[in-house]
Write a protein that binds this ligand. Structure first.
Ligand code: ZN
Length: 265
């Protein structure tokens, strides 16, 4: 375990610092990413590390492609709360491998990251949709970037993101465990990712806190608007912000993948 801790810390630090240099992570974001990476590798060894790498590289690449100018926008740099909101559940799932079996830990990690990937892909690819997004329940056209808004393109991208993590973790399970394990992860992680992204959309529309800048008369999710004015809450549950929604999203993905694995055995 000590050897794995040292290796995990080294690999996580190397990747996180590379991510920070590439502009994908802020300083605090890199520290949080080191903690998440170490926890995942500690409990799931190299399969978890590969899954984490696939998620991190594909999401960062999509975030950069998503900017029309090609320059990393300020918003694409993830800070510590964002990293923990997307990776915290995966870190806990990875640590489960220290007490339970490594296959269950891999399912929890990949399920959480499958949901995070589905959500990230839907946001980045969906922002290029030519048809405007609609709120899933109210089915009314809304401004691009609004939580709870869906487009056909974004939904396809969510499925693709979940599928990528499902196929990837399935191949790893085939190498490390056996064929039934690979089948269970292919289905569990893909279904978990789609369910997580669905929960993300639903809570984003129905429960997430909505705020408003009285100066600019604009809807926003920020506590302080970019103009510097503190914003007012106009609806939703207090403190249920985008980070909290992402925790619910990844938790759904992890639990669904873990449950499908347990039921399949
Ligand atoms: Zn403002």
């Amino acid at each position: 375990v000590i050897v794995r801790l040292v290796i995990g810390l080294g690999v996580a630090a190397f990747v996180s610092l590379a991510g920070a240099r590439a502009g994908a992570l802020s300083g605090s974001g890199a520290l949080a990413a080191i903690a998440v990476g170490t926890a995942v590798i500690l409990g799931t060894s190299w399969p978890g590390a590969v899954v984490l790498g696939v998620f991190f590289v594909s999401s960062s690449a999509l975030s950069r492609l998503g900017r029309p100018t090609g320059i990393a926008a300020k918003g694409s740099q993830r800070d510590a709360p964002q990293v923990l909101a997307n990776g915290g559940v995966a870190a806990l799932g990875g640590l489960a491998g220290l007490w339970f079996d490594g296959l269950l830990a891999l399912a929890l990690v990949a399920g959480a990251l499958g949901a995070a990937a589905a959500d990230t892909w839907a946001t980045e690819v969906g922002s290029r949709s030519r048809t405007p997004p609609r709120l899933l329940i109210a089915w009314r056209v809304t401004a691009p970037g609004t939580s709870g808004g869906v487009t056909a393109l974004g939904s396809l991208a969510a499925l693709a993101g979940a599928l990528l993590l499902g196929v990837c973790s399935s191949l790893l399970a085939l190498l490390r465990f056996d064929a039934p394990a690979a089948g269970a992860l292919a289905i569990g992680v893909t279904v978990g990712g789609v369910c997580g992204s669905f929960v993300d959309t639903l809570t984003g529309e129905l429960l997430q806190e909505r705020r408003y800048c009285p100066d600019c008369r604009q809807a926003t999710e920020a506590l302080v608007h970019r103009c510097g004015t503190p914003t007012l809450r106009t609806g939703g549950l207090p403190h249920l912000d985008n980070d909290a929604v992402n925790v619910l999203c990844t938790l759904t993905g992890a639990l669904a993948a873990g449950l499908i694995l347990i039921l399949s055995r």
